[in-house]
Write a protein that binds this ligand. Structure first.
Ligand code: F6R
Length: 613
């Protein structure tokens, strides 16, 4: 987590850094800080809380500088306060650092440095690193670049760092291992950031730093790249495809709402160039490339976290249903530590919006070592997971800024649907007529999502009635069980109401004890495979006075008779139902959170990409 931004060149650094930090606030918002250099004096401003707090604090302070570094923090070592906020200074005040990641051996390094006379102000691992760099500079008479290299060779952990030296007012040193860092290359200047969003309006030319690389960025000079073993590396400058509009709110009150409403388009983008209805063809690059591996695979194993794990569950239902390949779905955080049995005939698929989730990345690396073929389904182009895989498919949902994932979920499911259908067609495990029918229904999904979004006013009305509930239960079966999990996750993460998702039939094995007149139960009861069974589950809730909010297929009359509220959505095949049923659940969590005055886009304690364990 944490967002870092830096600039060196001829422009005023502070406005560039401040704007960049606001764009990166989704990565953490416990504190923010900036360090600027003015006539060999380091101006350091740090504040607990969001970037706006830093902005207020620094408003009347000296900020003139053409070089600077900034940070927005998601706390790991030490509580969120002004002292633990980045940037951190070395003991002699000459060097200043920003850091995203975790230095795992910071404690032993800190003890050694204390023995050598260093004194620390904060609880952070980052301050240890800048003291270590200072110590090496002083005792080994090395240049800052070499001192950074030497220090990083002593460090265990993940980092993206930028270091500024009071005595070198036109140079920044940056390095990366496991945490992302992008360098924007301008005419005579450089921009650095955790992702490309702070850079996009200044330059489209970027270098994604690789693990173990160190960059020296000097105003007016070429970028100088080397690795931690001190070998020169030729920088690969690539062009950004993102545009500015995609990362702004475009008239919506929150990014989350904008992203919910973008889904007809983002789903269309996921199928673009891949779904050819006229010829009944699916072209998913990675699948074509590894066709025989996929068709002869023993198993497909999904590794993911959070919402991406929920879409993996949908993927399991889809692939087993039509392609008849055994699928397992694993929490990446469990998989990586449990010595899983994996071999060359397994395909491990990582699903990740950010492509930076530390557990998912580590799970991939383990599977890779054990010889599996590694596939990625990521949204962020050029992200660490995307680069670590043998092949993959980008979801093309566009930047997702709201911390609660919405359009990434439906884009992932769209890719999984394409993947399942493509494999099924190649294997001959699906009847031609069903294959054609599902392709044509998939092609219509964007219009159906559009219609499902029309439930917004009704959902808002229901949200108003239940905004003060203490608990919510979400029930679904089959393809809609993962959607129940996703609905519950959305509600709890942005409105802080306790919510649980359950397979509807499991309710009677425990959760039914919770049901009383205070308990809203969201039941997904579309007219599909287990419809009658879900209807029975709804009756069980009603018999105990629970309040039923039912998501039903247009025209349903049976559930209407027993539910307190029904939300009608358009009909599609069961296989594609999650793409529609999740829409009212996303809207419900959004409206409840707004009504409870919660910070929808930046819920407490969370961050958009979890780059630490
Ligand atoms: C929930 C949410 C998280 C992420 C999870 C994985 O709304 O956003 O649960 O889904 O942290 O993140 P990615 O997909 O970036 O690996």
């Amino acid at each position: 987590m944490c967002g870092i931004v830096a600039y060196v060149g001829n422009k005023e650094a502070y406005p560039i850094i401040l704007k960049g930090l606001k764009r990166l606030e989704y990565r953490g918002y416990d504190s923010a800080g900036v360090a600027l250099l003015n006539q060999k004096e380091i101006l350091l401003y740090k504040k607990k809380g969001k970037v706006s707090k830093l902005e207020d604090y620094a408003a009347d302070k000296e900020k003139q500088s053409t070089i600077g570094i900034g940070h927005t923090r998601w706390a790991t070592h030490g509580p969120p306060n002004d002292v633990n906020a980045h940037p951190h200074l070395s003991g002699d005040g000459r060097y200043v650092i920003i850091h995203n990641g975790i230095i795992e051996n910071y404690d032993s390094l800190k003890k050694e440095l204390i023995n050598r006379g260093h004194e620390f102000k904060s609880d952070t691992d980052t301050e240890v690193l800048v003291h270590l760099i200072e110590d090496i500079c002083q005792n080994e008479s090395l240049s800052l670049e070499d001192a950074v290299r030497t220090a990083l060779n002593e460090v265990v952990g993940a980092y993206a760092i930028v270091v500024m030296d009071r005595e070198t007012p036109d140079q920044l040193i940056a390095a990366k291992n496991s945490s992302p860092l992008v360098i924007g290359v301008g005419d005579e200047d450089f921009y650095l950031a955790s992702d490309a969003t702070p850079i996009i309006e200044y330059t489209k030319n970027v270098v994604y730093l690789e693990d173990g690389q160190i960059a020296v960025l000097k105003k007016g000079e070429e970028i100088k790249l080397s690795n931690i073993q001190n070998q020169t590396v030729t920088p690969y400058i690539q062009e950004l495809e993102m545009n500015l509009e995609a990362i702004e709110k475009g008239g919506y009150e929150h990014f989350m709402l904008k992203e919910i409403y973008e889904q007809p388009q983002s789903i269309r983008n996921s199928t673009l160039g891949r779904l050819n209805l006229k010829n009944s063809l699916i072209t998913l690059g990675g699948i074509e490339e590894f066709e025989s591996k996929f068709l002869n695979a023993n198993r497909i194993i999904f590794v993911a976290c959070g919402t991406s794990w929920h879409s993996a569950l949908v993927g399991e239902y889809m692939i087993e249903d039509v392609a008849r390949i055994p699928v397992e779905v694993e929490y990446a955080s469990e998989f990586r530590y449990r010595n899983p049995i994996i071999n060359e005939k397994d395909i491990v698929i990582a699903i990740s919006q950010s492509g930076e989730t530390a557990d998912t990345l580590a799970a991939l690396e383990i599977a890779k070592k054990k010889g599996a073929t590694i596939y990625g389904i990521c949204n962020v182009v050029g992200s660490s997971i995307a680069r670590a895989t043998d092949a993959g498919s980008y979801t093309h949902a566009g930047p997702e800024i709201g911390v609660a994932s919405t359009k990434a979920f439906t884009a992932q499911i769209t890719i999984l649907a394409l993947m399942a259908l493509s494999l099924a067609n190649k294997k001959g495990s699906i009847a031609k007529s069903r294959y054609h029918n599902l392709l044509s229904q998939l092609n219509q999904i964007p219009e159906l999502v559009e219609k499902a979004l029309e439930t917004n006013d009704q959902v808002k009305y229901i949200a108003d009635l239940y905004q003060n509930a203490k608990n919510f239960l979400y029930l679904g079966r089959g393809y809609n069980f993962p959607v129940a999990l996703e609905g519950a996750l959305k509600l709890k993460e942005i409105s802080y109401i306790h919510a649980e998702g359950y397979p509807a039939a499991e309710m009677k094995h425990g959760p039914i004890a919770l049901i009383d007149e205070e308990m809203p139960v969201v039941a997904i009861a579309t007219r599909k495979g287990s419809y009658e069974k879900v209807v029975s589950n709804i009756q069980e809730v009603k018999a105990r006075d629970g309040k039923i909010i039912a998501i039903v297929t247009e025209g349903d009359t049976t559930v209407r008779e027993m539910a307190d509220h029904v939300i009608e959505i358009p009909e599609t095949d069961e296989f594609l139902d999650p793409l529609i049923t999740v829409i009212p659940l996303q809207l419900l969590s959004y409206h409840v959170a707004v009504m409870r005055d919660c910070n929808v886009d930046q819920p407490r304690n969370l961050a958009k990409s979890v780059t630490v364990e």
